[in-house]
Every structure is written in structure tokens, then in C-alpha cells.
Write a protein that binds this ligand. Structure first.
Ligand code: GLN
Length: 279
């Protein structure tokens, strides 16, 4: 079979599975051939070897069972960097870049940060990469996720700027550290809504999504404990769910935090919330 025929076959198979079957078929075939998509299109009349076709049919069947494209090719771009991802970590979302950008705008030389629930390390690694003089504690309850995060930190030569700790929120974080920034994209989906998520999202780790009955479980815990861990001039920076602004603002105010700023994403949805102590 020729390249274009394989693409057409793939596109047909992916009909109804994803939004852009032709594009995904091209990307998956390019992945199997170890070339980029442009090169693939130039080679459209060339024969596809049996070995490659076999591999393509395998990945196609994975994709048909709703395994996210990113888990198949083991990568996702975030902040212009290419992150390794696998089933142990949430796939970094473009919206989360807003959280990183807002933190980068506010960072000062010598600041110490914590990224709670680091997952693939997308937040911690990109901050370490784009801001030279800072130190980050990246924590996650999942040891396997931390392995992925470390791999990404090594890839971008920021291992010496990040301490990785297996920890349930602050449980294993050394006492006495006062952070300038507490940053988190915690699990925030309501338990009852997990079943309604897109099939692909259901393939992501539930512990990275499940925010308890009201979706606020982790915000509550982090806000409560931030009293012990945040510098008086520090900032708490969260990614939030589309309908959580008011409830989280309330939680922040009750904990003595004020100066609440909310930043919307490109679709106009409240996406990031930043709070500081009222001084
Ligand atoms: N943004 C994720 C979603 O697509 C949720 C991520 C999270 O819970 N932090 O549902």
C-alpha cells in the first residue's frame, strides 16, 4: 500500500472517534515511520513497508479504543517544550500555560516555589526552564508520575533546580520552608462528573482528575495548609474548573487571603486564580 492509501484507510477507521480523522491518521503514520508530517505528505506515493503497516494498524486500534493520541506517541507540547507523557500522568493542557505565564510574570530572582501534583512536571519544568534564578519543589503522590517529571526535567537540563518529593500535598515537604509561590493544577473534577468525561479523558489517571464530591477537596487542603508554608508576601496560584471561581474565592477569603485575581482563558472561561495575604 502507498502512503496516501494507508492515510485514507486510517482516516476511515478513525471516523467518529476523533474530530480530525485525516490529520490524526497522518500524524500516527508519520510517528510509525519516524518522520514528521510534512515529510510524510511529500512521500505520499511511496510504498509503506509491511513492518510499518503492521505497527500502524496496532496504533490505530489503540486510538480506536480511545487511547489519547499523546499516550500513543508519548509526547505533548507545552510552553513550546516537548514533554514525555504516559498513562501515569495527566496530559498537559494548553489552558495550563496560562497558569505558568502568570507565575512567570510575577517571579523574582531567588524565589522558592512548590508545584503540588506536578504530574508530568509540565508546570515545574517550564518555570525552571524559562526563569533562571528560582528553586522549585515538585511534589506528587504518585511515584510513577515523579519518574516522568524527573525524566522531563533531565531532558531540559533543570534537574538541579527542582527537588522531587513523593508527597500527599505537603505531607513530606520539609517543615519550615516558606514558599514565595504555591502553584497547583490539582484534580478538580467532581466525583459524580467523572463518568461524563470524554472517553479519552477517562483513560487519564483518575487520581489526577478526581476532586472529590464537590471538586474542591484539594483546594480546601492546600489553602488551609498554605498558612504554614507560604511567605507573608507569597502568592497562591491555582488552575480552576470553569465553575469554581466563586467557591474558591470564598475559601481564600475565609483563610485570610485577599487581592484575588482571576484570569480567563482564550475561550473566556475563568481558568486561573491568584491570591495573596492582605497586608
Ligand atoms: N482540565 C482537565 C479536564 O479536561 C481537568 C484537570 C484537573 O482536574 N486538574 O477535565
Amino acid at each position: 500500500m502507498k502512503v496516501y492509501e494507508v492515510i485514507n484507510l486510517g482516516a476511515k477507521e478513525l471516523q467518529g472517534i476523533c474530530e480530525n480523522p485525516k490529520l490524526e491518521a497522518e500524524l500516527l503514520l508519520a510517528y510509525c515511520l519516524g518522520v514528521d508530517r510534512t515529510k510524510l505528505i511529500i512521500q505520499r506515493d511511496e510504498e509503506v513497508e509491511d513492518e510499518v503497516l503492521k505497527k500502524f494498524l496496532e496504533v490505530l486500534s489503540k486510538r480506536k479504543s480511545y487511547i489519547p493520541y499523546q499516550y500513543i506517541v508519548k509526547k505533548q507540547y507545552f510552553m513550546g517544550l516537548e514533554f514525555f507523557v504516559d498513562e501515569n500522568v495527566l496530559i498537559p493542557r494548553p489552558e495550563t500555560e496560562i497558569l505558568v505565564e502568570e507565575v512567570l510574570k510575577r517571579l523574582k530572582k531567588g524565589d522558592t516555589l512548590i508545584d503540588i501534583g506536578t504530574g508530568s512536571g509540565a508546570i515545574a519544568v517550564s518555570i525552571a526552564k524559562y526563569f533562571s534564578d528560582c528553586f522549585i519543589y515538585a511534589v506528587d503522590i504518585s511515584r510513577k508520575a515523579l519518574e516522568v517529571a524527573k525524566y522531563n526535567a533531565k531532558k531540559y537540563s533543570v534537574l538541579d533546580k527542582i527537588a522531587f518529593i513523593e508527597s500527599n500535598i505537603f505531607s513530606n515537604v520539609p517543615k519550615g520552608i516558606k514558599f514565595d509561590f504555591i502553584v497547583s493544577n490539582p484534580p478538580y473534577v467532581k466525583k459524580g462528573e467523572l463518568e461524563t468525561l470524554q472517553e479519552e479523558v477517562k483513560k487519564e489517571p483518575t487520581i489526577a482528575l478526581n476532586g472529590g464530591e464537590d471538586g474542591l477537596l484539594f483546594y480546601k487542603e492546600i489553602i488551609e495548609e498554605s498558612n504554614f508554608y507560604m511567605n507573608t508576601k507569597g502568592a497562591l496560584c491555582f488552575e480552576i474548573g470553569y465553575d469554581q471561581k466563586d467557591e474558591i474565592t470564598d475559601l481564600l477569603r475565609k483563610a485570610g487571603l485577599g487581592n484575588v485575581e482571576v484570569i480567563k482563558d482564550l475561550s473566556g472561561i475563568d481558568r486561573v486564580i491568584i491570591a495573596k495575604y492582605k497586608l
